[in-house]
Ligand binder design. Structure first.
Ligand SMILES: [Zn+2]
Length: 405
């Protein structure tokens, strides 16, 4: 070896040692996985991900001993569910808790739901939403109570009797209260036929004022006409679309409005837990019959959505009481109904992040983004149910699950 090479090698070793020392000092951790799906459609084999101060800093070829050896697992960005009701739960009589309950009791059920959702690999969720979400969101944000990053609408706009001015005032109130988005009911529940409930003027006011306040707007709409009112009003996202037709889906695509078809969890969960809901509000025998009928239409609706050119689809489940932690059933059903596994995974991660304007923060395994990382057993590209076999969960650089310890 020439003197110059020796010096170079020595310099490199010093630099390497210095960087290791720096890593140790700042608490850098490394994760090694045989397969990494980056959430944006890319995949890499035998990869090392370096995490520093809660963020992904390096993505490179595996070398050396990692802090976490995820042999046999597939590493993905933390999962995102854009539509849950994090506080919904069954009570001690095993019935849906729909009425008033003590605030402390409600808070604890919310914390339980947040925990099981995080354990299922969901590191970001959007609850749409109740006032009680705020205390839970802020508690999780304090960094002690474990749970997914939580966004919430803190309530919703649903009353068809509201004037346009009252709707605008309600949006401003949610903004002042700290809501992350505005939830709007523009159609009846599927249990009541899904017909439009808000006029075009009312939807225009709700979504227009949301935009003026810098908030995203999420519209519950089942019938084609209610979906199209949301599209014409340039709302951010339309949920459900249980009775969608090709015309409504095409208008969403044309207007660049996101669509979130909930085909895999919410209705199934209602039917599985019928006895716990029956007799409360519109959870009647008739309502359940409507849901059963709607369930039969969902796969065809989703196929039509997949065929709609330029339609952007987010991943939301509408998880209610009984469904928390089972969020991944939605993705499994979407793939079963014809979506390509890689597209379903993008929807679950980077696309949902983009729909919430968080693509610069999360939703992908990429340097600079939050270290929200989940490892599952198996390869979800060949067996989508692998996503239900979560073995490792990291959120913001902190490990919340590690079955390999
Ligand atoms: Zn919902």
């Amino acid at each position: 070896m020439t003197r110059r090479l020796v010096l170079l090698a020595a310099a490199l070793l010093t630099a390497f040692a210095a960087s290791r020392a720096l890593d140790a000092q700042s608490g850098a951790v490394t994760l090694r996985a045989p397969l990494v799906l980056d959430g944006r459609g890319g995949s890499r084999t035998d990869t090392m991900v370096t995490v520093n101060n809660g963020k992904i800093t390096v993505l490179g070829a595996a070398s050396g001993t990692p802090t976490y050896d995820l042999a046999g697992l597939t590493l993905l960005p933390g999962f995102i569910d854009t539509h849950v009701h994090i506080g919904w739960h069954f009570d001690t009589n095993n019935r849906f808790a729909s009425g008033q309950e003590p605030a402390d009791q409600a808070a604890l059920y919310g914390a339980e739901n947040a925990w099981v959702t995080l354990q299922a690999g969901f590191t970001t969720i959007q609850s749409v939403g109740a006032a009680s979400d705020k205390a839970l969101r802020d508690a999780i944000n304090r960094g002690v109570l474990p749970g997914p990053r939580l966004l919430s609408s803190l309530g919703s706009i649903a009353n068809p009797k509201m004037t346009v001015e009252e709707i605008r005032a309600a949006v401003r109130m949610f903004k002042a209260d700290g809501a992350d988005l505005v939830k709007i009911f523009a159609s009846a529940s599927i249990r009541d036929g899904g017909v439009p409930t808000l006029s075009q003027d009312q939807v225009d006011a709700a979504c227009g004022e949301s935009k003026a306040q810098g908030l995203r707007s999420m519209v519950h709409a089942h019938s084609p006409e209610s979906m199209m009112r949301a599209a014409r009003a340039n709302c951010t996202v339309v949920e459900h679309g249980g009775l969608a037709n090709a015309e409504a889906l095409a208008l969403l695509a044309e207007k660049g409005v996101w669509f979130d078809p909930n085909i895999g969890l919410v209705t199934q969960n209602y039917l599985e837990n019928k006895a716990k809901f029956l007799g409360i509000g519109n959870y009647t025998e008739e309502g359940f019959a409507s849901m059963e009928k709607a369930l039969g239409l969902k796969d065809a609706m989703f196929s039509a959505a997949l065929k709609t050119k330029n339609l952007k689809m987010t991943m939301g489940t509408d998880a209610v009481a009984g469904a928390h932690g089972q969020n991944m059933r939605e993705v499994v059903e979407r793939v079963k109904s014809g979506q390509a596994p890689m597209d379903a995974i993008r929807s679950l991660t980077s696309i949902s992040a983009e729909s919430m304007n968080l693509q610069m923060e999360l939703g992908a395994i990429y340097p600079g983004l939050q270290a929200d990382l989940v490892a599952v057993e198996g390869n979800p590209l060949t067996d989508i149910t692998a996503l239900q076999r979560v073995r490792f969960v990291m959120r913001g650089g902190k490990v919340y699950r590690n079955d390999r310890r």
